[in-house]
Design a protein around this ligand. Structure first.
Ligand SMILES: C[S@@+](CC[C@H](N)C(=O)[O-])C[C@H]1O[C@@H](n2cnc3c(N)ncnc32)[C@H](O)[C@@H]1O
Length: 212
């Protein structure tokens, strides 16, 4: 199934619950910062930031249905259909957010080009906040990682019957993916998933060099 189509129909049925660590984010980002929420869904995190006083938030998502749902729920937010490569100028944001988005992008090369585009639009010293999923070690997950590793050429990628193709990551892989950033915060945790299971997860906050 085309993944944009999957997320379009998910807009009608799914509620996203991965908790956004506003405490972590607010330690490194001021209320006046220009913030880009990539894969913003229907604007859940962007609205949480808006309600807590962050003034300049833009959200983009490649699902038109997610954006329309967001316009209905939160008409005060700037939400627009979009994806990488971004339409934004180089060095135009102080912070970028990726909450449960890497998990939807299963190929290394696609994740790498997204991160490079984020590096491009961030200002020197800008920060990237990520919540996402780590590999699990229970039988249900190991079986599906094994089942799909030859199909997708990556251990940790799996398909759901409902049509989603998703990825859980190793910490070693993430270190390489995010090597342009100095790590400000990295915490592991357990998240409830959109299908009411649990999964290992992480919260990351990284910063670009100030003089790059
Ligand atoms: C699990 S949802 C999370 C939504 C939101 N970040 C939240 O936590 O409430 C993932 C979102 O990422 C979007 N998405 C996935 N891949 C994308 C891509 N390559 N570019 C833009 N959006 C993408 C999907 O349409 C979906 O809305």
């Amino acid at each position: 199934m085309n993944q944009e189509d999957y997320w379009d129909q998910a807009a009608l049925t799914k509620e996203f619950t991965t908790p956004f660590r506003r405490d972590v984010f607010a330690r490194h980002v001021t209320k006046k910062a220009r913030i880009l929420d990539v894969g913003c869904g229907y604007g859940r995190v962007a609205n949480e930031l808006y309600q807590s006083g962050f003034e300049q938030i833009q959200g983009i998502d490649y699902s038109q249905q997610m954006i329309e749902k967001g316009h209905g729920l939160y008409p005060h937010l700037w939400l627009k259909k979009g994806s990488s490569p971004f339409e934004f100028a180089d060095h135009s944001f102080d912070a970028v957010i990726l909450v449960a988005v890497l998990t939807c992008i299963v190929e290394d090369t696609a994740q790498q080009s997204l991160i490079q585009d984020i590096v491009r639009v961030l200002k020197p010293g800008g920060v990237l906040y990520i919540n996402d999923f780590l590999l699990n070690h229970d039988v249900r997950n190991i079986q599906r990682y094994d089942q799909f590793k030859d199909v997708h050429h990556t251990y940790g990628v799996f398909e759901l019957d409902e049509g989603a193709v998703l990825r859980h990551h190793s910490t070693e892989y993430l270190e390489g993916l995010l090597s342009d950033f100095d790590v400000l915060e990295f915490e592991t945790c357990v998240y409830a998933t959109m299908n009411r299971h649990t999964s290992n997860g992480f919260c990351f906050m990284g910063q670009l060099e100030k003089d790059c």
